[in-house]
Design a protein around this ligand. Structure first.
Ligand code: B16
Ligand code: MG
Length: 213
């Protein structure tokens, strides 16, 4: 028995490792603009939406960009990213991801997905797991990205479950903050020193144990 009625998962970094592809696409863009960008800087972009990520990268640029230029750069990055993820398959599921989803289903819990990625539906299809979710938030309908609680609250509302009965699963600092300000229990995936705000942190979903939280 679990004390939760729903589990709401993040996608990138929790179910599959698209962070690498985001990094490669942002790196090419940063290089083209003469802006320094490395894997450490990329850590700060995790869970941050596309335009927010671009603003963080361009903060290191020598000049100002017009809104039109920014849209064009974000578009180019996304085209490159889509090219990179086009060959994804079920082999790109992180260890334990399917087992965790199936354990939630077997326990009778609702399952939601709260990704700010506008590519989330196509990634789910490539991974072959779209039908494992009762509700997937459409990132295009979200006004405020993580760390705002909006996306997790929307998932809970659509699943018909009160926030305090939801378990949120996240790999990003901004994502954990989003879960906590939504009033949910936060399971962090990664390093406890980085995800200090999470209630519990595990290294990956292969360590997911629903009844332990
Ligand atoms: P897109 P998540 C986030 O997904 C990523 O962590 C973040 O790096 C990315 O910039 C964001 O999605 C937007 O993605 O450009 O595809 O719309 O972690 O919320 O699943
Ligand atoms: Mg993530």
């Amino acid at each position: 028995m679990s004390r939760f009625k729903a589990v709401i998962f993040d996608l990138d970094g929790v179910i599959t490792d698209t962070a690498r592809y985001h990094y490669l696409a942002w790196k090419r863009l940063a290089d083209s603009q003469g802006v320094h960008f490395d894997e450490e800087a990329n850590e700060h972009l995790k869970g941050i939406d596309r335009m927010g990520s671009l603003d963080l990268i361009l903060a290191g640029a020598k000049r100002q960009y017009t809104p039109e230029e920014k849209l064009a750069l974000a578009h180019d990055k996304n085209e490159h990213y889509k090219e990179l993820i086009s060959s994804m398959s079920p082999a790109d599921l992180l260890p334990g991801a399917v087992q965790a989803l199936d354990a939630c289903r077997a326990a009778g819990l609702k399952i939601g997905l709260a990704s700010v990625s506008k590519n989330a539906f196509s990634v789910l299809d490539s991974l072959g797991i779209r039908d494992k979710f009762d509700y997937v938030v459409d990132a295009a309908t979200i006004a405020r990205g993580k760390p705002d609680p909006e996306i997790f609250l929307k998932a809970a509302r659509e699943l018909g479950v009160a926030p305090e009965e939801c378990l949120g699963v996240e790999d990003a600092v901004a994502g954990v903050a989003s879960i906590k300000s939504a009033g949910m229990f936060a399971l962090g995936i990664g390093d406890p020193a980085i995800l200090a705000q999470a209630d519990v942190v595990i290294p990956g979903l292969q360590h997911f144990q629903l009844n332990a939280y």
